[in-house]
Design a protein around this ligand. Structure first.
Ligand code: GUN
Length: 292
């Protein structure tokens, strides 16, 4: 069993980006600039946004953060987005999800200029991804693809089973794994909450990518020997022994499944850090488009 080490790999990627930014600055160019909008005070979302800003500082990007009350109206939020769309000094930005219930997520995503949508959530970017055109890929699937590529995990001709069909992870993951390229060229099955006898599919899988959010859902008897496991699940579960009062749990019963796996991502330290690094790569792409 080998670990797909997202901490190590994301450090390498962040150092590559840092060197590039240093070389831009030596050439007298401005730094890439990423923005993040957070609505409300959800603890996990706050941590994600703080980490994104921290990453910007590490690689030498400029960053802007806008924290808005959860009582903000949809119109006011969209007005802020339009301000940022028109800000020539900002290469790209994200609106952290989920949004409060009174705000239509679709309307908000559609309001983001596709050229600044470094999350890759806008329908135009999602469509380009599906058509295998160059675009911003959603950061989590992008991070998984980068991880499979850098660890040289074979995917061509393999049967990949994706668990979950969310627009952020499962759906784009299924598209990327079936694309004509490396990684890719997989035969993909996408499973979800209405799938009957899910284990029937996971038992047949060469690669399982799970994004379900149910701690330790995937057990050893649900996979075959030599399987590659990518665990996107990251759920806060109560843990009185931890100073924070919680620990992070993946979708995979790691201790049991690892015995059967050829490659496996840990939680934490697998997919999560890769997601963070890929947002920086997308911002770099936006910057380079702006500085042609
Ligand atoms: N919420 C959970 N994951 C993400 C993400 O990748 N981007 C944004 N904007 N919100 C999220």
């Amino acid at each position: 069993m080998q670990i797909l080490d997202g901490i190590k790999l994301s450090k390498e990627i962040k150092n590559e980006i840092k060197s590039l930014v240093e070389s831009y600055k030596e050439q007298g160019k401005r730094a890439p600039h990423l923005g993040a909008i957070l609505v409300g005070n959800d603890g996990a979302s706050r941590t994600y946004v703080d980490n994104k800003i921290k990453d910007c500082k590490f690689v030498g990007f400029e960053s802007s953060e806008l924290i808005l009350e959860d009582t903000i109206s949809q119109e006011e939020l969209i007005a802020k987005i339009q301000e940022w769309n028109n800000d020539a000094n900002l290469d790209g930005f994200i609106v952290q999800l989920p949004l409060p219930k009174h705000i239509d997520q679709e309307a908000v995503i559609n309001a983001i200029d596709p050229n600044k949508d470094v999350d890759g959530f806008h329908p135009m970017n999602f469509g380009k991804m599906a058509l295998e055109m160059e675009t911003f890929l959603p950061a989590t699937p992008y991070g998984i693809m980068e991880m499979l590529e850098r660890y040289e995990v074979p995917t061509a001709g393999k049967h990949t089973v994706v668990i979950g069909r969310s627009r952020i992870v499962g759906r784009p993951m299924s598209i990327l794994m079936s694309k004509n390229g490396n990684p890719g060229n997989s035969t993909v099955t996408i499973t979800h909450s209405k799938t009957e006898d899910l284990a029937k599919y996971t038992k047949e899988a060469d690669i399982v990518i799970t994004a379900l959010g149910v701690p330790e859902f995937l057990k050893a008897d649900m996979v075959k020997d030599g399987v590659v496991i990518v665990d996107v699940g990251i759920t806060r579960v109560d843990d009185p022994t931890s100073p924070k009062g919680f620990k992070l749990a993946g979708d995979v019963d790691f201790e049991n499944v690892k015995e059967k796996a050829s490659w496996i991502t840990p939680v934490p330290g697998g997919v999560g850090p890769m997601t963070r690094a890929m947002l920086l790569k997308n911002t770099l792409l936006a910057y380079n488009r702006n500085n042609k």
